[in-house]
Design a protein around this ligand. Structure first.
Ligand code: DX5
Ligand code: ZN
Length: 224
């Protein structure tokens, strides 16, 4: 099975966001990755539910909403109503993580009433994998940050390759279907080692949007 690709629209042209999303929709991408930042959990501020709702009509691909915000529990419903399919929260942003995971899973997907919202938990580079130990069986996705979140175009942190392998082992030991998504500094030159370490999904922003041909860039990743 080929690697799944989630282009991050953080590196898209925000003045033409609808068109950029449409271009991804016309490609072989598997998800649309949307980075939500609040200026508190991370230093940058990006977009919120209103913008997500506005771009929803430009693609039928699953919207993979990555919340880099404090107190994510207060905002889940807004992102569900905006059209999220997957909501990922940071382990570092919530003390009662198990409760929040169950809350996210309790929502119906407004794009398909037969489905519920899928849930992801993300960890930053300094967070050890053991925070996942008692929750991983509840997760659809573990999002491993391979940069300190906040900005696109940062350099991949190599120490995280070992972390990807440890999470893979945790998933296999427990016979789970949880997917590993890797986010930050992913490029065509390091993608093979990331896949080898155990990634199922690659999130890529600048490596896709800074090229002339988005569709080709996605195909190049998929051919690895
Ligand atoms: C980083 C975001 C990423 C970002 C990745 O804080 O979570 O999704 O867009 O961008 P690149 O691929 O440029 O590192
Ligand atoms: Zn992200």
């Amino acid at each position: 099975m080929s690697i799944k690709i989630a282009p991050s629209i953080l590196s898209a042209d925000f003045a033409k966001l609808g068109e950029e999303v449409k271009k991804i929709d016309d490609s072989n991408a598997d998800y649309i990755h949307i980075d939500v930042m609040d200026g508190c959990f991370v230093p940058n501020i990006t977009i919120g539910p209103n913008v997500i709702s506005a771009i929803r009509k430009y693609s039928s691909l699953p919207f993979d909403v990555h919340l880099m915000i404090n107190s994510p529990r207060n905002h889940i419903e807004s992102f569900v109503n905006a059209g999220a399919d997957i909501i990922t929260v940071h382990a570092e942003a919530e003390v009662h993580l198990e409760r929040l995971i169950k809350k996210i899973k309790s929502y119906k997907n407004i794009n398909d009433e037969k489905k519920t919202i899928q849930v992801g938990v993300s960890i930053v580079p300094s967070t050890p994998v053991n925070v996942l130990e008692y929750i991983i069986h509840e997760l659809d996705i573990v999002l491993i940050m391979t940069v300190n979140p906040g900005f696109g175009g940062q350099e991949f942190i190599h120490s995280q390759l070992e972390k990807i392998s440890s999470v893979k082992e945790m998933i296999q030991d427990r016979n789970l279907k949880t997917q590993i998504s890797v986010d930050g500094g992913v490029s065509l030159s390091n993608a093979s080692e990331i896949i080898k370490a155990g990634a199922d999904i690659l999130v890529a922003g600048s490596a896709i949007f800074k090229t002339k041909d988005i569709k080709k860039a996605i195909d190049d990743f998929k051919s690895l």
